[in-house]
Design a protein around this ligand. Structure first.
Ligand code: DAH
Length: 350
């Protein structure tokens, strides 16, 4: 073996020893990268040693090249193994800093919409009194929504201003009262039903939205009197608004009931005093009363349109707006809040 080859091979061996002796010096992945460049980079120590290869005798070159490859592979393997050790140490450190007893991030829980809450509560109270649940279409025909309820074609309630028409004889129901008709057509008396749902009107301002929610109640039997209506609604009101709530019936008019009444309750804000904090109560405007629903004894004409004999049966009906009840119960001043879906508003009901 020529002296040149011998010193070339020794140079490579000492390079490998040099690298081995650096074990433990690189404490981070960055430092290890620098070490890799120092030995294996394009201008690194191995590349420099290879410069002498060209000066060797042609017969020595194969042995020299083979050795150079081996040294490159062993240095690479060495640095790779250190890298693996560093990686393992880093992830071990991360795991030891991780505290599994720390509380996790709280999942964001939603809440029921105040309209749903009140709807559920009102339905619960009424089903508790024996009323059964009925459901029907929001796209309703003229006959169920108006005609069968004793609302003739010339009646102001049918005015284009209030009603959203789908076609000449089809409307978006303007109230849940049409469900009285559907329920009576389905079964013979006695019956006691409630029909909650969405209703639609061509109306939009501070106190009206084109869609809102109502619940309808209807009870028909022999010998049903205004006293039954009054008793039922008084129990209902006191369950929803509290046992001390006063109830007052005020004469009114609805085409489908005779006589008709509107029901007021003692103001939820001022308790009926008419003042709150020395000022005129903003809810009842100083009257001490707030209106909550319409009701009455079923008009004989309504019974006739479903084939019930008005000489045999009597009944009462009532209808109330859910948003209105929710505003009173929760002291909400602006109807539009129900439909803006502002999370800051909604999460108060969680
Ligand atoms: N349908 C009426 C409305 O939308 C509410 C109503 C009043 C329903 C009197 C009734 C009733 O059942 O008897 O304003």
């Amino acid at each position: 073996m020529s002296n040149e080859l011998k010193s070339f091979l020794e140079g490579l061996d000492s390079l490998a020893h040099d690298c081995e002796s650096r074990k433990g010096q690189a404490c981070s992945l960055n430092e290890l990268d620098e070490l890799r460049i120092e030995f294996l980079g394009r201008k690194g120590k191995l590349a420099q040693s290879m410069g002498a290869l060209g000066k060797l005798d042609n017969t020595d070159k194969p042995a020299a090249g083979k050795k150079a490859n081996e040294i490159k592979q062993s240095i690479t393997a060495l640095i790779d193994s250190w890298q693996a050790e560093l990686n393992a140490a880093e992830s071990g450190k991360a795991m030891s800093q991780f505290d599994p007893t720390m509380p996790g991030r709280k999942p964001w829980a939603g809440s029921l919409h105040p309209v749903t809450l009140v709807m559920d509560e009102v339905c619960d109270v009424l089903t508790g009194l024996g009323f059964e649940h009925a459901a029907g279409p929001e796209v309703e025909n003229d006959w169920h929504n108006f005609e069968a309820l004793n609302i003739p074609p010339e009646h102001p309630a049918r005015d284009m201003q209030d009603t959203l028409y789908v076609s000449e004889k089809i409307v978006l129901r303007t109230h849940t009262s049409g469900m009285q008709i559907r329920s009576m057509l389905k079964q013979e008396p006695p019956l006691a039903v409630i029909a909650p749902g969405k209703v639609y009107r061509r109306d939009s301002d501070l106190t009206h939205t084109p869609m809102f929610h109502q619940i309808e109640g209807l009870l028909v039997d022999k010998n049903v009197s205004m006293g039954d209506l009054r008793g039922t609604l008084t129990v209902f009101v006191r369950q929803v608004f509290g046992p001390k709530t006063e109830v007052r019936f005020r004469p009114s008019f609805f085409p489908f009931t005779e006589p008709s009444a509107e029901v007021d309750i003692s103001c939820v804000m001022c308790g009926g005093k008419g003042t709150s904090d020395g000022k005129t109560c903003r809810i009842c405007k100083g009257t001490g009363w707030v209106e909550i629903l319409g009701c009455g004894m079923v008009d004989p004409n309504v019974f006739k349109s479903v084939g019930y004999d008005p000489e045999v049966y009597t009944g009462f009906a009532f209808g109330l707006g859910i948003e209105r009840i929710a505003m009173l119960k929760y002291g909400i001043g602006d109807l539009r809040m129900f439909f803006e879906n502002d999370v800051r508003f909604l999460e108060q009901f969680a």
